[in-house]
Design a protein around this ligand. Structure first.
Ligand SMILES: Nc1ncnc2c1ncn2[C@@H]1O[C@H](COP(=O)(O)OP(=O)(O)OP(=O)(O)O)[C@@H](O)[C@H]1O
Length: 656
């Protein structure tokens, strides 16, 4: 699919989408998650693009929802679905369900819904879904200790593009490489020509660098997983809780993720921890070792009576010797023991390996002197070696973990996508369960709803009384005040909208025609002034010639003007609709008058009161076919006539 052919996709969006691996496929499939991966495209925008693309694919340019009230019902239905999603993503994704007259689109969603309703909304799965979000690319990675080098200017540009994380340098010869190797710990040369060239420093020749980005920049995949760790873990939880087939070994994935911390460094390696701690603690440990030696020596000296012969003493004094030399003469063993203790202390507290210990012992000299002091040069050498060991180990672990994770990247993305999609499926499943839904059948003319219960009513769903109602052709719906006429139209609209979205409907059984458009007009609030009246009539003009498969629902149009005129106007509209074979239900308190004004036999159905109980009307919510319902005033007069013998109310009753 051509990017810019999708309605609403301009140059900028098309450019962003073209960054995707396969934008045409993503559009074709309405794949919101994939579309949202394009730079600067939010989930909301991705959902809108997907919707537009799906619509275009079905060549469904006409809008099924033809009026404000019809669009409102659709929005209400979407809200009910959205309330049953866990992730923000799925909340947006449900918007790609929209009512349409396209049989193939309806069938597509029906297939999806058929699988969706089989899913059990397990609380553990819903809880796990809470942490799932679409994966985000890791941005702003900068690697300073490694650089790329090439002889070729074209290759230079390609490498800069492929590796934004690294510096890329143009070199002329091996000498330049050697120069670079002094400033970077690793130089990756891109030209075959350097193979076998001997350069001092860590120089690798990788003509295949662009094909193996994860080997050249392991930080990339590490940063990706560090950034998305929680989301991937949540997706793994979802797979386990829901028993979904995972595209990789989940334990292996978890294990790899556990070795990574938020900033992309490798954790949980004992040897690395040992080396890092040794580097950090080196100074403290050396000072402590000095104290160990000095404390011992101090004690030894304090306890010792030194006897020295006069001639010896004289010779020492004449040599200009300091007291120190007495130490080596008189306390040689104690001195050795003290130094030994200092060395042991250092090796033990830093947990040094034999090779490291060899350097460490030289931090304290065998030449007796007091107080004992470290040999700075040896300490610094030990520090350099420990640091180098630590960095080598970290780099190796990074490479190994990156290698593990690189192969898990696609499976992780698949898992997150599957978890998000499951959220959408579960929302449909919960909707179907919460509202006792059934799969509607597209068959016959008009609609036939059995045991329908509107989820839009202002009463708790379990208190909604089921309604049976079917209409083909043009019909007036009469009924007592508050009998449920508006609610019946709402129910029909909800059922029709859901059915044309390809979703299950809240009823025991539904058969309906595949309609081309839904025109639903809400009750007008009070008499309109001349201007508004005129514009309403203009709206209805559009109804007068349209195609046969429309469903028209109109609630109490009579209040737009005075009753006599209303009845005539409505009768005229009904005639036009009847001539086109449209399906229409007009709710009206003037059903009798309209029927008389119409030039054809308009069917009139009625929502009946079955009686009055404690001043309240008892209503049969299902309209009775071909029955003009008695009005509330008539019912009350009848009641009074029954109670009063004067005959006054009987006379009134005859007027009805
Ligand atoms: N199927 C139903 N189950 C339970 N309650 C219902 C049902 N249908 C309607 N009601 C209740 O009756 C109230 C009035 O319904 P509705 O507004 O549809 O009546 P109406 O016949 O259109 O009234 P009016 O004559 O005033 O236009 C609703 O707000 C709702 O509380």
């Amino acid at each position: 699919m051509d990017l810019e052919s999708v309605p609403g996709v301009g140059e900028k969006t098309a450019a962003a989408l073209s960054e995707l691996d396969d934008p045409a496929r993503a559009l074709e499939a309405g794949d919101v998650a994939e579309l949202a991966r394009a730079p600067g495209i939010t989930e909301g925008r991705a959902a809108a693009i997907a919707r537009a693309a799906i619509r275009r694919r079905h060549d469904d340019d006409g809008d099924f929802l033809a009026t404000d009230r019809a669009r409102e019902v659709y929005r209400d239905v979407l809200s009910l679905l959205r309330e049953r999603t866990v992730t923000a993503y799925a909340g947006k994704r449900v918007e790609t369900f929209f009512p349409t007259s396209s049989a193939s689109r309806i069938e597509e969603v029906r297939e999806f819904a058929a699988e969706a309703v089989e899913r059990t909304p397990d609380p553990d799965v819903l809880a796990a879904l809470d942490g799932v979000e679409p994966l985000e690319p890791a941005t702003g990675i900068r690697v300073r200790e490694r650089c790329l080098a090439t002889l070729d200017a074209e290759r230079y540009a390609a490498a800069k593009d492929a590796f934004p994380e690294l510096s890329v340098e143009v070199v002329e010869d091996a000498r330049d490489l050697a120069e670079l190797a002094r400033s970077y710990s690793t130089v990756v040369a891109l030209d075959e020509k350097f193979a076998g060239v001997d350069v001092e420093g860590d120089v690798r020749v990788r003509p295949d660098a662009e094909e193996n980005p994860d080997e050249i920049v392991p930080e990339r995949v590490l940063a990706f997983f560090a950034r998305n760790r929680e989301r991937v873990q949540a997706a793994a939880d979802v797979h386990e809780a829901a028993g979904l087939d995972a595209p990789c070994d989940i334990d292996r994935l978890r294990d790899a993720l556990n070795r990574l911390d938020e900033d992309g460094t490798v954790v949980g390696d004992e040897e690395l921890d040992r080396l890092a701690a040794a580097v950090d603690d080196l100074d403290t440990a050396v000072s402590a070792a000095e104290s160990v030696a000095n404390d011992r020596l101090r004690d030894a000296i304090r306890e010792r009576d030194v006897t020295i012969e006069g001639t010896d003493f004289l010779s020492l004094v004449e040599q200009g010797a300091r007291v120190d030399s007495l130490l080596s003469r008189e306390l040689e063993d104690e001195y050795d023991a003290a130094i030994e203790a200092a060395r042991d202390h250092l090796v033990e507290t830093l947990r040094l390996e034999p090779e490291e210990a060899d350097v460490a012992v030289r931090a304290f000299s065998d030449d007796a002197s007091f107080p004992v002091e470290r040999n700075e040069e040896m300490v610094s050498r030990l520090r350099t070696e420990l640091k180098a060991g630590r960095d080598r180990r970290a780099a190796r672990l990074k490479r190994e973990l990156a290698e593990d994770l690189a192969s898990l990247r696609d499976p992780a993305e698949e898992m997150v996508d599957a978890a998000l999609e499951l959220d959408v499926e579960l929302a449909v499943s919960r909707f179907a369960r919460d509202f006792d839904c059934v799969v509607p059948e597209f068959d016959g003319e008009g609609f036939e709803v059995a045991g329908g219960r509107s989820p839009l009513l202002d009463v708790a769903f379990e208190d909604v009384e089921p309604v049976d109602y079917g209409v083909s052709g043009v019909t007036l719906l009469s009924g007592v005040n508050s009998g449920g006429k508006t609610s019946t139209l709402d129910l029909v609209a909800v059922v029709v909208v859901l059915a044309h979205m390809g979703l299950p409907v809240p009823a025991e059984r539904v058969e309906l025609e595949r309609f081309s458009e839904l025109h639903y007009y809400a009750k007008t609030q009070g008499t309109l002034d001349a201007g508004a009246f005129e514009s309403t009539l203009r709206d209805f003009r559009e109804l007068a010639d349209g195609d046969a498969n429309r469903l028209v629902l109109v609630d109490e149009l009579e209040s737009i003007t005075e009753p006599g005129a209303s009845a005539k106007i409505i009768a005229g509209i009904l005639e036009a609709l009847d001539e086109q074979d449209a399906t229409a239900v007009f709710v009206s308190h003037l059903a009798g008058e309209i029927r008389e004004a119409a030039s054809f036999g308009v069917a009139v159905d009625g929502i009946q009161a079955v009686g009055l109980k404690g001043g309240e009307l008892q209503v049969n919510r299902s309209p009775v076919k071909d029955h003009l319902a008695r009005s509330t005033p008539e019912l009350i007069v009848e009641k009074l006539a029954g109670e009063d013998g004067s005959g006054f109310y009987d006379r009134l009753l005859e007027k009805f």
